[in-house]
Write a protein that binds this ligand. Structure first.
Ligand code: MN
Length: 484
């Protein structure tokens, strides 16, 4: 998918690359044993290493290496058996070391890819340039005191994976789908919880525009966008700003910009001309990190089924459309719920219920799949009752609402409330006879050629039986009676 934007001077296209900072799921920080829990009192999870006390030495946390390798494999990427930690030097109040330990020329993970599942059912590949491990900085709090800023170092030294894409995206929607898919993969792997609101997943967008067929033009980087909606708005705004600038005869300068969500616009933060020269150099406190092929293959052998594989299996095993399968596998808990419902049943029907009425009730009640309004077992039983003709599809919707209200099993509700479908042909015949007698005028009209009245008769019979008559039987018997 490529989106062409019409300008005064002809067509333009967007070129988008994303850098995602994903917080590694780990009990301890990248180079210290301090805890990483979110929302603890300020400065309560800070070791001497994180506070950069003189003489402290970083010690690599093996769990973070394991998570980075797992993630690299999940992105079908090259794992570099040797990687190097480097110091990225800059001054900021929330960075007590005066440098961030990151990886520069030799990251732990090289090129890979993410497959985007677009809403129209098509797929698109976005290349991954690299993934490297680095420390997070602390946090400056500017809103606690009228004249002072406070520093919270709880986040200082927490492990991040910086995942850099190639500039392969061409519209804001692709960027949002990319981040959502990346998040899904990370959550399947358990290497990052993907919580954008808590800052576990932060997104920088590199945006440039060009005439179709041209090489790359100068890009601007939009920093720290924390929702998919803002990401799309920011890219949209930034591309338009650059096009307007070019068309007025101006030039785009390479710079870092911030998205102001209240105004819906990006504004300049610092220009790269004055940008830091970070003076990267290998951290003398850390040896190059070397992995054995056996270590990597053991992790590979232990990978869970990931969204792409699960989607493919759902299409194959359950005959779902790629779109339906893509929706179901985005969250592992949803996929598991669906599989429990679908097991041994009509998968298409199960899919319709899970993505339809069930999803709607979840939204309405603000419930999560971990705390569903109806259990997978009960939803499955409801589908069984439809399949064996105990209830019609229409009554099933009524039963479903009762299940949500009462938490009871569908069979109990159907029994208690007398919702069983009438399949007794004697009872249906009687109901039909009553309708035909009461509408003898319409019967004559029908018999003299007004076929459309058939639906009216069906409607009357269903109404008089409280919707419980088996529709197929009603059709059958009614046709015979009217023609006889
Ligand atoms: Mn970074």
């Amino acid at each position: 998918m490529s989106m062409v934007i019409q300008g005064e001077t002809g067509d333009w296209e967007m070129v988008i690359g994303l850098e995602v900072h994903a917080q590694v799921t780990s009990q301890a920080k990248l180079f210290s044993g301090a805890a990483t829990d979110f929302g603890r009192p300020p400065n309560s999870q800070v070791s001497l290493v994180d506070a950069a006390m003189p003489g402290m030495l970083p010690v690599i946390n093996e769990q973070c290496i394991y998570q980075a390798v797992r993630t690299g494999l999940g992105l079908r990427a090259v794992i570099n058996l040797t990687s190097v930690f480097a110091r990225k030097n800059y001054f900021y109040a929330d960075l007590p070391q005066g440098y961030q330990i990151s990886q520069y020329e030799q990251p732990i993970v090289g090129e890979g890819e993410v497959v985007l599942d677009m809403p129209d059912g098509s797929t698109r590949r976005v290349g991954i340039e690299r993934l490297h491990l680095e420390q997070d900085a602390g946090k400056s709090l500017h809103d606690q005191h009228p004249t002072k800023s406070f520093i919270d170092l709880n986040r200082s030294g927490v492990a991040l994976m910086e995942i850099v894409s190639k500039p392969d995206m061409r519209c804001p929607e692709e960027a949002a789908v990319y981040v959502a898919k990346l998040r899904s993969i990370l959550r399947y792997l358990g290497s990052c919880d993907g919580n954008m609101a808590e800052g576990s997943l932060r997104c920088d967008a590199n945006v440039s525009v060009r005439k179709p067929g041209e090489g790359l033009r100068t890009r601007a980087e939009i920093k720290n966008v924390n929702s998919l909606r803002f990401l799309q708005q920011a890219i949209e705004y930034e591309a338009r700003r650059q096009i307007d600038l070019y068309e007025e005869g101006g030039q785009v300068v390479q710079e870092t910009r911030l998205f102001d969500a209240n105004k819906g616009e990006t504004r300049s933060m610092r220009s790269k001309e004055h940008a830091h020269d970070y003076r990267y150099f290998p951290d003398p406190d850390l040896l190059p990190l070397t992995l054995t092929p056996a270590y990597v293959s053991a992790i590979k052998a232990d990978l869970p089924e990931l969204p792409d594989q699960k989607k493919e299996r759902f299409v194959r095993e359950y005959c779902l459309t790629p779109y339906d399968a893509g929706v179901l596998v985005a969250e592992q808990a949803n996929a598991d719920f669906f599989e429990t419902v679908a097991k041994g049943r009509d998968a298409k029907l199960a899919c319709n219920w899970v993505t339809g009425d069930f999803a709607a009730v979840m939204n309405r009640l603000g419930r999560s799949i971990e705390d569903p309004p109806v259990t997978a077992e009960h939803l499955g039983q409801l589908i069984d009752l439809i399949a064996d003709n105990t209830i019609s599809g229409r009554i099933a919707k009524e039963v479903f609402e009762l299940m949500v209200e009462t938490g009871q099993a569908p069979a109990v509700l159907v029994e208690e409330r007398g919702l069983k479908q009438v399949t007794d042909s004697g009872a249906i015949e009687a109901a039909i006879d009553a309708v035909l007698t009461a509408n003898s005028g319409k019967v004559s009209e029908y018999r003299s050629g007004k076929d459309k009245l058939f639906g009216f008769f069906v409607g009357q019979v269903m109404k008089n039986t409280g919707g419980k008559a088996n529709p197929a039987l009603v059709n059958d018997v009614l046709r015979k009676k009217l023609e006889g």
